[in-house]
Design a binder for this molecule. Structure first.
Ligand code: HEC
Length: 256
């Protein structure tokens, strides 16, 4: 009886626990938690960080990474006016289709265009990056464990490899990347962009701004969702109070 109990319950549970711990031990390190304004039930994005983050994306990341779910029109959601977004679009060249001679041509971007992709297809992207594919960044903060904390840690986590570590050619050592060897060299270096609002462009500031921007790109509806949640909470609270009065009114005349 006792053996049976052991085989049926304790043994399977210990197997699950042991394999889980073993798996967790081989996993990437857990990035430090950071305070983000968009966290929590009432969290919102900070417009200045979003706009600075967009600048970092455009001037640094866009040469390798696409952001295919964002159109120029969406830039009005991060505080640019319609005219500013139109101007930013017009500075880009996008595929315009096929002309009368059958040749592909390009034209300036419009509000309705998606942000241009750096490479025509995945093979071209791999060929330009030593065989590694720079992923689309539209949903990256949702697609990676620890989301924004991981992206921030990754961008600020380039360090010298430990003594005796064999780094493969073309790879960089990153403290937070699973397995530590990453085919993306550190994209950020101090002052690589020039912020028009006078903010000092340190690596950590740019990492914070681009992560803020990428989290917006992955969750453009976050503020609306949070504010709707808040309204529903107020509504439910009022409804509870109302029901309490109704209950009192209904039961008042009844002897207990
Ligand atoms: C010169 C090209 C290049 C630039 C510029 C670049 N990246 Fe990358 N990035 C890559 C490549 C290649 C990979 C794939 C790495 C791999 O598979 O080892 C990658 C991977 C990533 C990943 C995924 C890491 C993971 O967990 O899989 C993130 C996030 C990322 N890049 C963010 C950025 C950001 C943000 C910028 C701008 C600040 C940027 N990259 C600039 C080439 C680039």
């Amino acid at each position: 009886m006792k053996l049976n109990y052991y085989l049926k319950i304790i043994f399977p549970i210990s197997i699950i626990l042991v394999t889980n711990f073993a798996f967790a031990a081989g996993d990437a390190p857990v990035p430090p938690k950071r305070q983000w304004s968009f966290n929590g039930m009432f969290g919102t994005f900070e417009r200045d960080k979003l706009q600075r983050g967009f600048k970092v994306y455009q001037e640094v990341c866009a040469s390798c990474h696409s952001l295919k779910y964002i159109n120029f029109r969406n830039l009005t959601e991060i505080g640019f006016t319609n005219d500013e977004a139109k101007f930013i679009a017009s500075q880009a060249t996008v595929p315009g289709g096929i002309d009368d001679e059958g040749e592909a041509f390009e034209r300036p971007g419009r509000l309705s265009d998606p942000l241009p992709r750096p490479f025509p297809n995945d093979n071209a992207a791999r060929a330009a990056n030593g065989g590694a594919l720079p992923p689309d960044l539209s949903l990256i903060t949702k697609n990676r464990n620890y989301g924004p904390n991981y992206i921030f840690a990754l961008l600020t986590g380039y360090v010298d490899p430990p003594d005796g570590y064999e780094l493969s050619p073309g790879m960089s050592y990153n403290e937070w990347y699973p397995g530590h060897q990453i085919a993306m060299a550190s994209p950020l270096s101090d002052e690589i962009v020039d912020y028009p609002d006078g903010t000092k462009a340190t690596i950590s500031q740019m990492a914070e701004d681009i992560t803020h921007f990428l989290h917006w790109a992955a969750n453009p509806e976050l503020e609306e969702r949070h504010s709707l949640g808040f309204q529903v909470l107020i509504f439910l609270t009022l409804l509870t109070v109302l029901f309490w009065f109704v209950k009192r009114a209904v039961w008042r005349k009844i002897d207990h």
